[in-house]
Design a protein around this ligand. Structure first.
Ligand code: PLP
Length: 351
């Protein structure tokens, strides 16, 4: 069996392990090292760390590319936006992750680049807009509206226009969507979410298939210095090992909760893209949404997502959340608990 024959659920478990030799550890240990004895491959702790490499090898195998670990998802985003030359044009996803939008408008305000945003579901607007883009920033499903982009069509149009194509794959995870296989140049992950999966790590990653682009980004990471700690990388890989079972379970729970919520009299709309563990629910009033987030016992009111534990949040509680997101929308990050317990808690709190 070669690596190419293996399914992603297997690769998540088997990739990035030390060689099978007597007395070798089964997992790459945590390498606490700022420097290495000279004249080898490693040299210095800002350039590489075997604990990162184990994580990167595994994520790279899942996305069919070469991965680079970063201190956070946003650090990976910053490294990608650095590819846009002075005065370049970025075409982004309307309603993409808020800090990505803020970073783009900040760069625009400082005269570094220009940006425009496209309705994720409007494929005709995408194909027109990408024509003069230097970089196209795609996020699908979007957060928290869970809208989908026609990725194959938009990626093909953007590549025909010679733009860099980036897909933020945090919500879909490499087990549900592989943007490099669809022709994208770069994949961004907030490993903080499903990849690490236990609400205890902030980390990010990039994955690319072109070796030249990899070398450029590795060089940028060396200089920007936004590197993860060895312990964070070790934890993220430990989380990634179980992504297959966690996601299957959370997704089954999410499908069932979406189905039941659709029938609830206080729910006006359920947004669920048909895969993954995020469900957005619009309630019949903002007050009902606020009350829900304060009444539950199992569901924790918290930002972020992708952990084994179920959390939820009314996104408009953040002043910077765009008005595009309904005031009465609550985003659920469905965990791996028993679905009947999750439902009972929601049902009892929705009054
Ligand atoms: C959380 C998130 C990010 C940012 O990642 P951090 O790890 O918080 O820096 C980027 N994109 C999406 C879709 C996210 O959910």
């Amino acid at each position: 069996m070669t690596t190419d024959d293996l399914h992603p659920q297997t690769l998540a478990v088997t990739a990035g392990r030390p060689p099978h030799e007597p007395d070798a550890p089964l997992n790459e240990p945590i390498w606490m090292a700022s420097t290495y004895v000279a004249e080898g491959e490693r040299e210095y702790g800002r350039y590489t760390n075997p604990s990162w490499t184990a994580f990167e090898t595994t994520l790279g195998a899942l996305e069919s590319g070469q991965a680079l670990a970063f201190a956070s998802g946003l650090a990976a985003v910053t490294c990608v936006l650095d590819l846009v030359g002075a005065g370049g044009h970025v075409v982004g996803t309307r309603g993409a992750y808020n800090a990505v939008m803020t970073q783009l408008s900040d760069l625009e305000a400082r005269g570094r680049l220009t940006a425009e945003y496209v309705d994720p579901t409007d494929t005709a607007s995408w194909t027109a807009a990408v024509a003069d883009a230097d970089l196209v920033w795609l996020e699908s499903p979007t957060n928290p509206l869970l809208e989908l982009i026609d990725l194959p069509t938009v990626i093909a149009a953007a590549k025909a226009a010679n733009a860099y194509v980036v897909v933020d794959n945090t919500f879909a995870t490499p087990l549900r969507q592989n943007p490099l296989a669809l022709g994208a140049d770069l994949v961004v992950h907030s490993a903080t979410k499903f990849i690490a999966g236990h609400s205890d790590v902030v980390m990010g990653a990039l994955v690319v298939s072109d070796p030249e682009l990899f070398a450029v980004l590795k060089g940028r990471r060396d200089l920007l210095g936004a590197i993860p700690g060895a312990f964070e990388a070790w934890l993220a890989l430990r989380g990634l090992r179980t992504l297959g079972v966690r996601l299957d379970r959370a997704e089954t729970n999410a499908e069932e909760l979406a189905r039941r919520l659709r029938q609830h009299p206080l729910v006006t709309r359920v947004r669920y893209p048909g895969f993954g563990a995020i469900v957005s629910v619009e309630l019949s009033s903002t007050q009902i949404a606020i009350d829900l987030t304060h009444r539950t016992q199992l569901w924790t009111h918290a930002t972020s997502l992708g952990g084994v534990e179920s959390t939820f949040e009314r996104r408009r509680r953040w002043p910077a959340e765009p008005s595009l997101v309904p005031d009465e929308l609550v985003r659920l990050s469905v965990g791996i608990e028993n679905v009947e317990d999750l439902w009972t808690d929601l049902y009892n709190s929705l009054t």
